[in-house]
Design a protein around this ligand. Structure first.
Ligand code: KMH
Ligand code: ZN
Length: 280
């Protein structure tokens, strides 16, 4: 059983505009460059949202496949595609990204207000993603935006069985306006709902990044960081790049005496096949 820290990089997201955040990686070259930099600093998984040639979020399969291939060609990172997309994406298109055959994909566990928008995740979509991922050997990272989403995860597993890889890993996405707050108290409230044998990570959106990271490390959790979630490094100081956020996460993990997992260790933890096994 590993005692290290899984660091997932979420470099881009679907919410920020390149015009507002010039450092946001949106081209294939920018995404590959930030993925390589962050792998060298301790990231083991990359959570990808894809942008089109106009820098807008897209689920276009050709473009998604291009980015997956480019990241695989230049890094050993576990490639985790977002099945959450943008709040405006049609649900069938979010399922269709699985055709790009990533190692892993996110799977959001419930509908949540998302600022002024609604991020829609009805039960039937959850079951569809869970089942399709298992049939295709794609390992889910379940995403909980609220405490009740963890109860949904237990119900999902009871009714539909374990995911591909046999291991359950859930990311607590905290601090979304409309979801659970990014506080130590909220993280502690989630812990009893995390079943024995599961692992969890936490992500603090915006200014909750640092407190959530510290709370997660103290509770034995893993970390997700990146410009999808955080654009300000400190009050009044914009994030320079994703590497700055991964370096901080890896440094805190070292201080916690749970250093960053390698990509090989991450695959073992999550039940993800090596690239060689996957192509056999
Ligand atoms: N962009 C958010 C609406 C995911 O990637 O699975 C949803 C999201 C979750 O980012
Ligand atoms: Zn995402």
């Amino acid at each position: 059983m590993t005692t290290g820290t899984l660091i997932t990089l979420a470099p881009t997201g679907a919410e920020s505009a390149k015009a507002d955040v010039p450092a946001l990686p949106v081209t294939v070259e920018e995404v590959v460059a930030t993925a390589r930099d962050c792998e060298a600093l301790g990231a083991a998984v990359v959570h990808l949202h894809v942008r089109d040639l106009d820098t807008r979020p897209t689920l276009d399969l050709g473009r998604v496949r291009e980015v997956v291939a480019a990241v695989r060609g230049s890094t050993d990172l576990v490639v985790q595609l977002s099945s959450g997309g943008a709040v405006t994406d049609p649900l069938p298109d979010r399922v269709a990204v699985l055709d790009a055959d990533p190692d892993a994909a996110s799977l959001s566990l419930g509908t949540v207000n998302f600022g002024r928008d609604v991020f829609s995740n009805p039960w039937d979509l959850i079951v569809e993603l869970h089942t399709q991922m298992r049939d295709r050997g794609i390992v889910p990272e379940y995403e909980a935006f609220d405490l009740g989403h963890l109860a949904t995860l237990s119900r999902l597993l009871d009714r539909h069985g374990l995911p591909a890889g046999g291991h359950v890993h859930v990311d607590l996405v905290m601090g979304v306006p409309g979801g659970m707050p990014g506080t130590t108290g909220a993280l502690a409230a989630c812990l009893p709902a995390i079943e024995p044998g599961w692992t969890f990570a936490a992500t603090g959106v915006g200014r909750t990044s640092l407190p959530v990271m510290l709370a997660a490390l103290s509770a034995g959790g893993h970390l997700r960081v990146g410009m999808e979630d955080t654009l300000t490094y400190a009050p009044g100081e914009p994030v320079r790049d994703n590497a700055q956020l991964v370096a901080r996460a890896a440094g805190l993990a070292r201080i916690a005496q749970r250093p960053a997992l390698t990509t090989t260790e991450a695959r073992e933890l999550l039940g993800i096949r090596t690239r060689q096994e996957a192509t056999r």
